[in-house]
Ligand binder design. Sequence first.
Ligand SMILES: Nc1ncnc2c1ncn2[C@@H]1O[C@H](COP(=O)(O)OP(=O)(O)OP(=O)(O)O)[C@@H](O)[C@H]1O
Ligand SMILES: [Mg+2]
Length: 288
Amino acid sequence: MSAVIEAVNLTHLYGEKTLFETAAIKNIDLAVENGEFLGIIGHTGSGKSTLIQHFNGLLKPTTGKILLDGKDIAESKESIRAARFKVGLCFQYPEYQLFEETVYKDIAFGPKNMGLDDDETDRRVRRAARFVGLSDSYLKKSPFDLSGGEKRRAAIAGVIAMEPEALILDEPAAGLDPRGRDMILSFIKEYRQETGRTVILVSHSMDDIAKLATKVLVMNKGEVAMIGTVDEIFSRSEELFKMGLNVPQVTKIFLGLKEKGVPVRTDIYTNEQGCRELLRVFGRSVKE
Ligand SMILES: Nc1ncnc2c1ncn2[C@@H]1O[C@H](COP(=O)(O)OP(=O)(O)OP(=O)(O)O)[C@@H](O)[C@H]1O
Ligand SMILES: [Mg+2]
C-alpha cells in the first residue's frame, strides 16, 4: 500500500501572534494509506476538523506540510486546486452549503468546477444521487424542500460526484434521526466497498467507527494520541476513558460482564462479534 495523504510535522495555529493564539494541531505526522477507511475520534476541540481541512488544502499549515500521492500540495496554484478535487471534503453540517435552486445544480457544482462537460457532469450527478438514495425525482426539487436527512445526502452527493481519490466526512450523521443516520452510514459503507477508495470519517460514535474503520486515529489536545486497528485502539479502554472518550456500547457490556465474573472475552467491538461471543459462552440456550 502507498500513502495517499501524508501530514509531515503539521502544526496549525489559529489567531497566530494574537492574544487568542490557539495551537489547534501540533507536530502531527500521519500517513493515510490508499484504500484505507480511517476513523478519526477525539474529544470536542481536539483538532479533528482542523486536521482534515488541511488534507484538501482548505487550511494552510502554520508549519509542516501535506503530501498528496507523495507531492507537496502547496507546491503551486495548480496543485492546491487539484487537491480540492482529489480529496473531497464534506464538512460538519454540509447542508448549510446548499445554495442552488435545484438539487441537480447543487450536486453538479463540483463536477462543473472541475471543467467537466455537460454529459460527464450529468452522468456523475445521477450516479452520485442514486448512490445516496435520492431518486431522479429529487433532482428537480429545491434543496430547501428536502428533509434534514435528504439535504445531508444531497450535500454528500455533491462531493461524491467529483469522484475524489479520498472522501472525507466530518460527522456526517450528526443531528439526524436514527433512520437518517442508518442511511448515511450504510451508503458510506457501500461506497467504500464499491469503489475501494480511501474514506476518512470523523465521528463521535465509537459504534460507527468500530463497524466501519480499518484504522482509527485518536486525537487529543491537538496531538495524535493513538493510531491503530479497531482492536488495538478499543482494547485500550482505560486510556480512552481518561481522555474523556468511550468504547463501543457492546464493548462496555462485555467489560461489565467480565467484571461481574462472567467468563467472556472483552475484545468485542461490534454487535456481530458480541452475538458470536454470547453463542460461544452460552451455547444454544441463547439462540432459543
Ligand atoms: N476558526 C477558528 N478560529 C479560532 N479557533 C478555532 C477555529 N476553529 C477551531 N478553533 C479552535 O481550535 C481547536 C480545535 O478545533 P477543531 O474544530 O479542529 O476541533 P474538533 O476536534 O473538530 O472539535 P468538535 O468535535 O467539536 O468538532 C479548538 O480549541 C477550537 O476552539
Ligand atoms: Mg469538528
